[in-house]
Design a protein around this ligand. Structure first.
Ligand SMILES: [Zn+2]
Length: 301
């Protein structure tokens, strides 16, 4: 199973997670900009973070055989803080970077006028840069929030095919299915959306324009939920091709619209390289799915 996680915050994960993700089939991911957990107090805090997710984190992922791309935005939680909104004029230059394949995540959290203005700014940035955009839907008052989000997207003039509405569920997915936008689902260990519920949605609506991610933010999360959803699909009778469609082809098609996506295997991780890497290694002593050279580099740096 090859997996492209279209929305995962690797900044909050460990190297053990990278190893486990590679072993489960993850070969590419997109890390959208999000909040820091604690409040940011100024623009420089964003700039260091944007540099990290477009540079350092990309390098860190490559040590584990995973292609890393980023999405850049002021996230909805921080859109209400005037100290944070000062970052908006800085976004333009980050959106020109080769490692950035989308604007995001933006959207509504509490649906304030400030969030509305910031969402409009992001949709305009995406339209002007010709980039896809990841739009977060609120976890409270979800149906109303999703409809309001769709209205803002329609008013912005951006092509629906460039937009994914994320964190959808059974209550909101039909609104988005009719809009032409992509449908994103964050799968969580014990809240909001799980693999079985995801499978039921795929059985009802099909696999077109569907994106499944493991989010992996500061809350309790599991970066292998993409793989677990793939297995749940197979158990429910979906074909390998359908699983590959949802977990690989769909995110490649969506982010490929940026013209910047690179999902070729990293040097040392090409097909066939793995067999050699595992030679002499036993699963029993917990062989890592990472070449010895990569591990050594990661340890040394
Ligand atoms: Zn997120």
């Amino acid at each position: 199973m090859r997996i492209f996680d279209p929305h995962i915050h690797m900044t909050s994960r460990t190297t053990d997670d990278y190893e486990a993700m590679y072993a489960a089939g993850v070969r590419a991911l997109v890390e959208p900009a999000f909040w820091l957990g604690q409040p940011r107090t100024g623009v420089s805090s964003f700039l260091d973070y944007f540099d990290a997710i477009t540079g350092w984190e990309r390098f860190r992922a490559s040590q584990f055989g995973i292609r890393h791309h980023a999405a850049i935005a002021l996230n909805p939680k921080e859109a209400n803080d005037p100290r944070c909104r000062e970052v908006l004029p800085e976004l333009d230059r980050y959106l020109r970077r080769e490692s950035v394949v989308a604007v995001g995540e933006t959207g509504y959290d509490s649906m304030t006028p400030e969030e509305e203005e910031v969402l409009e700014t992001h949709l305009d940035l995406a339209r002007r840069h010709g980039l896809p955009v990841i739009v977060h839907t609120p976890h409270r008052d979800k149906k109303h929030g999703t409809q309001r989000t769709l209205d803002a997207i329609a008013n912005s003039g951006i092509a629906p095919g460039l937009v994914v509405l994320d964190h959808l569920n059974e209550v909101t997915v039909d609104l988005v299915a009719d809009s032409g936008c992509w449908m994103g689902f964050s799968i969580y260990p014990d809240t909001k959306m799980d693999p079985q519920r995801m499978v039921a949605i795929l059985q009802r609506l099909g696999t077109e324009r569907m994106l499944v991610n493991s989010a992996a933010d500061w809350g309790r999360s599991d970066p292998l939920l993409t793989s677990k959803t793939g297995r749940a699909m197979l158990d429910a009778g979906f074909t390998d091709a359908e699983v590959d469609g949802v977990l690989w082809e769909n995110p490649v098609a969506f982010y490929g619209q940026s013209g910047r996506l690179d999902v070729t295997p990293l040097p040392g991780f090409e097909l066939g390289a793995e067999a050699e890497l595992f030679e002499g290694n036993s699963i029993l002593r917990g062989a890592a799915a990472v070449p010895a050279t990569a591990t050594a580099t990661a340890t040394a740096s």
